[in-house]
Design a binder for this molecule. Structure first.
Ligand code: ADP
Ligand code: ASP
Ligand code: MG
Length: 406
């Protein structure tokens, strides 16, 4: 017997037929002897509609507390629908919303982006086991939380995915199944590029990276609760079959291992290439990288501006790269000159939290400025920041920026 947590997204319960199909798919697993906990989002685009309605009706006068109460109506309705649909198939079911005694998810007071109190939630969630042991299928509101004074909170848009993995972790589930409107995780958003291909599996790290960069298919925080022993997959609702393959999400969330600060152990050389209106010249970056890659030279970073481009390579390759790029500058009309800079140290900071940490770059640059350390170059993405400083400052800079991730 397995304990399965399955989450139905908005489209998956988007009309009467789909609600019936969802209920049937849950009952099919139950009939095989499995225990099933169901997490449900609001029907279709209900949350969008409620946001639009309340913004139009009340506008700036709407408090976040009231907004959370209004948004909650989506999930308050859908759990009742799904639970009743399961019961109509002859299996006992109870809906669990933040007003229920058994409601497990406790948060802080932030109404719209509430943080989960994992310890309390973990304890309370055990109450659901009593229902399961009585053969009852609990149907839980996704996306919602309950603040310390009993007020309704929400976990942020798309937050039902978090609910599913959180409940899965607290109940030691065997499997978490995310049911959605596409076949699984694809090579890109299939609603944008039709030829997108289904991935059979994806690692927790890659999925987190994809979600952080905006792929809506899973909330970027959901996998924080992916326990190593829990299998999980993302599947399409259309077959009404929870055993279909979809995309498997592999491996545990490594938490702190996904946050790191490292100093590359060898000096990195910087070559600056100067030219006229470089940004408008098609294929310039390709030419530079091809010249180096043809000779097996690895590029650690590249940045391009209006009148210059900087390329970061290992010091061991710098002499060869300098000569190769000089030949390119001579041959290319857009480029006028180049220079080989001092040795630099490369420090890489990685954290899935960067995207939602305002001021993270200044948190890094401030201590360096105070200690008179010159930044040769800095580049950032949503999950990584790379800082180049002069080689002799490397170790000191490493210690200073380490503080940022503490
Ligand atoms: P649900 O309501 O089931 O939670 P969402 O709309 O939140 O569904 O997420 C599913 C959507 O994610 C898909 O309809 C698709 O447009 C989008 N998406 C973006 N990137 C990807 C991707 N790489 N693979 C699959 N779906 C993606
Ligand atoms: N209904 C909520 C939203 O639309 C939560 C979710 O779908 O995960 O954001
Ligand atoms: Mg979603």
């Amino acid at each position: 017997m397995d304990l399965i947590v399955t989450k139905f997204g908005g489209t998956s319960v988007g009309n009467g037929e789909r609600i019936k199909l969802a209920a049937q798919s849950v009952v099919n697993e139950y009939m095989k002897g499995n225990q099933v906990v169901v997490v449900v989002s609001a029907v279709n685009k209900t949350t969008d509609d409620l946001i639009e309605l309340s913004d139009n009706a009340i506008g700036d006068g709407l408090t976040e507390k009231r907004k959370a109460e209004i948004l909650a109506m989506g999930e308050l309705t859908s759990v009742r629908l799904v639970s009743a649909a399961i019961e109509s198939l002859g299996v006992k079911s109870e809906f669990i919303d933040p007003y229920s005694e058994l409601w497990p998810i406790v948060t802080d007071t932030n109404p719209l982006e509430a943080k989960i109190d994992f310890k309390t939630t973990n304890k309370k969630a055990k109450g659901l086991k009593e229902l399961l042991n009585q053969g009852i299928i609990p149907v839980i509101c996704g996306f919602l939380g309950k603040g310390p004074s009993g007020e309704i909170t929400t976990l942020g848009r798309g937050g039902s995915d978090i609910t599913a993995f959180l409940i899965g972790q607290c109940l030691d589930a065997d499997e978490v199944i995310i049911v959605t409107d596409v076949d699984g995780v694809m090579s890109t958003d299939p609603n944008k590029i039709e030829e997108a291909e289904l991935l059979e599996k994806i690692s927790v790290e890659e999925m987190t990276e994809l979600a952080t960069h905006g792929a809506q298919v899973l909330h970027p925080h959901a996998l924080k609760y992916k326990n190593p022993l829990i299998n999980s997959k993302i599947i399409n609702f259309d077959k009404g079959d929870l055993t279909q393959k979809g995309t498997k999400i592999e491996g545990p969330f490594k938490g702190d291992l996904m946050r790191s600060v490292t100093l590359y152990d060898e000096p990195i050389s910087v070559i600056a290439i100067v030219g006229d209106a470089m940004l408008k010249k098609v294929g310039l970056i390709a030419e530079v990288t091809r010249v180096l890659s043809d000779e097996g030279i690895n590029i650690f970073g590249i940045s391009a501006g209006q009148n210059s481009m900087t390329v970061f390579i290992s010091k061991n390759d710098s002499d060869k790269a300098y000569h190769l790029l000089h030949d390119l500058v001579i041959d290319n009309d857009t480029l006028s000159s180049l220079s080989l800079g001092e040795d630099t140290a490369m420090i890489t900071l990685v954290s899935p939290d960067f995207i939602e940490t305002p001021g993270v770059i200044s948190n890094i640059t401030e201590p360096l400025r105070k200690n008179n350390i010159n930044i040769v170059e800095i580049s950032s993405s949503q999950t990584a920041i790379v800082v180049f400083v002069e080689w002799n400052d490397g170790k000191k800079a490493l210690e200073l920026v380490k503080e940022v991730l503490k």
